[in-house]
Design a protein around this ligand. Sequence first.
Ligand code: DHB
Ligand code: FE
Length: 315
Amino acid sequence: MARIIAGVSSSHVPAIGAAIDNHRTGEPYWQRVFEGFERSKEWMRNAKPDVCFVVYNDHASAFSVEMIPTFALGTAAEFPIADEGWGPRPVPVVKGHPRLASHIAQSVILDEFDLTLCNKMEVDHGLTVPLNLMFGSPKEWPCPIIPLAVNVVQFPPPTSNRCFNLGKALKKAIESYPEDLRVVVFGTGGMSHQISGQRAGLINSKFDHAFLDNLTKNPKKLTRLSHLELMREAGAEGVEMVMWLIMRGALDEKVDEVYRFYTVPASNTAVGHIILENRIKGAKKPAAKPAAKGKKPAPKMKRAAARQKIQRIRS
Ligand code: DHB
Ligand code: FE
């Protein structure tokens, strides 16, 4: 059976994509951001998921303001890169997983979440930037990606609670897929930011840190956040964080936070990132080969040591 091994959340600031595309990642301003994702890429190289399910939002790229679905599932075999005004980003086309996507559609819709099905859809920075942050810039993305576009651009977006419950339905759907696939679920967008109006430039680190703490330990508390609270505390675009709750709802109740990174700002945004692992046996890819005779196998990292490592990373 398929299983969800972990959840990953990260901001999707378009200027991060532009820094990659224009070879500016080594500049001091950007270095600080990219350094924070070095361990994440290492984690991803070890995790080697078979499929990633990416919850993101479209920024009037695939869907114009003429038509805005609340939840749009990408069921296609391929998702071309959208032109957001400067030509499509020079990143590989995103390959889907139509069979798993179709299974998810059947399970989730019959579970009373009315998804829009997209058999043709372009994807914008909301999806491609988190892929770059977690996979770097490979010639091909290393696994199929199933996109779920969530409306956070026109009022009313789905509520925090609705998103968390959709995550639960997604978990049920993925875990009932008969093939042995290891799946990572992404929640993207956020953290605090507002890009226009009187409060443009707003960043609320205190709120963001509390959100990250609760995401790991007490996500139920976050499901009570109204849109008004989210926008008041985290800015108008901070409402993107409802998407992180879909990721969290898809995980088990208790998870291990294995990595967290936060830096301010990148463009107008507080960049936040977290990796949460389910505590299932064999969540990690099995060691490649037994150690050769006479060689000691590398010691496994104990949970306490892992926790210490997280503390070091956070500080
Ligand atoms: C910025 C952040 C976003 O999430 C976005 O969609 C567009 C711009 C920014 O910080 O510039
Ligand atoms: Fe955005």
